[in-house]
Write a new protein. Structure first.
Length: 322
């Protein structure tokens, strides 16, 4: 049996997708992002944006551009996703119909501004209708949590099998409070200290981890000072349990990747512990004077998965594990 089957024994394993979700809207920025992905490899995703990327009146042409790019040879790793307009927008269904013509090569669809569980179900039904016509029945769906209703039902939404990721839309969420949360909470340090924002972030992360889904942290609006981006990413990972984060500028990608990647010392330790455990058929072991069993093996397994998805070099001891 594969180590993952032994360690999780039929339980849902955490989804393993790149830790950085880079948003690009205009054709120029999309193509620059794709070029960077080709250089670095599939260690970050690119979300091609219909919602904020299309000029008014140009929605159909923009959706067709996105579909063409997803279906092109430039989509070398099949790690291009798309954010469509929200359910209430007149072009929601059109976006889905056009983009899902490339469903076999589409990494995921992001649905913004859902109001409740019923809205999520309507969106998934529409996505499945068009994706099935293109020959795919398992297209991952990412849900943007940015309304009061969606936050209230975060656990129910995360429980849906097709939902792969819940992503926090901090700016729309704060705007929905009509001035009750100050604008300073849209950026650091306020976004990590304001009680209502902290509550939202923790609820989303907890819902995702309960069902093996990916919590994706909100954007950092600072695009010139990469130390702020790195600090936000570090806090999102270490203090709030997020395993993925938005990028809105190419300068943000590498700091996010570095901040979310496990330390090399921990990767080496994980490989050594798991290799030793495999040698005793996953029974308890002692390693450097500490007891380990399947509970800790599952933790170290996720460390190796994170290292792999971040493009880190893996030690030789991990060769027979992944």
């Amino acid at each position: 049996m594969h180590p993952s089957e032994v360690l999780f024994q039929g339980k849902r394993q955490p989804a393993s997708i790149p830790v950085c979700d880079h948003y690009a809207g205009s054709e120029k920025l999309i193509r620059k992002s794709i070029t960077l992905q080709q250089e670095l490899g599939p260690i970050f995703d690119i979300t091609l944006d219909c919602e904020d990327g299309a000029a008014a009146g140009d929605e159909e042409a923009h959706a067709r551009l996105i579909a063409a790019l997803i279906g092109s040879e430039d989509n070398r790793f099949n790690r291009l996703g798309a954010r469509v307009h929200d359910l209430s927008h007149p072009d929601f269904e059109q976006d889905i119909a056009i983009i899902c013509t490339q469903a076999k090569r589409l990494a995921y669809i992001v649905v913004p501004k859902v109001e409740d569980m019923a809205g999520v179900m309507r969106a998934i039904d529409a996505i499945n209708h068009h994706a099935n016509r293109a020959g795919r029945d398992d297209l991952p769906v990412h849900i943007l949590i940015e309304t009061h209703g969606a936050l209230a039902e975060a656990h129910a939404i995360a429980a849906l099998p097709q939902v792969e990721c819940l992503s926090f839309g901090i700016m729309d969420f704060i705007s929905a409070h009509y001035g009750a949360i100050p604008g300073t909470a849209m950026r650091s340090p306020g976004q990590f200290t304001h009680p209502l924002v902290v509550r939202a972030k923790l609820k989303i992360a907890a819902a995702c981890h309960a069902y093996g889904k990916v919590p994706s942290h909100s954007v950092t609006t600072e695009i010139k000072d990469t130390t702020i981006v790195a600090g936000d990413a570090q806090r999102a990972s270490a203090e709030f349990g997020y395993t993925r984060m938005w990028s809105i500028h190419p300068n943000q990608i590498k700091p996010i990747l570095k901040s979310f990647a496990p330390r090399s010392s921990e990767v080496n330790e994980a490989a050594a512990i798991l290799a030793e455990a495999q040698n005793v058929q996953w029974g308890p072991i002692q390693h450097n004077g500490r007891l380990h069993d399947r509970a800790s093996y599952r933790y170290y397994w996720t460390i190796l998965q994170r290292a792999k998805s971040s493009g880190l070099p893996l030690p030789e001891a991990a060769a027979g594990l992944l």
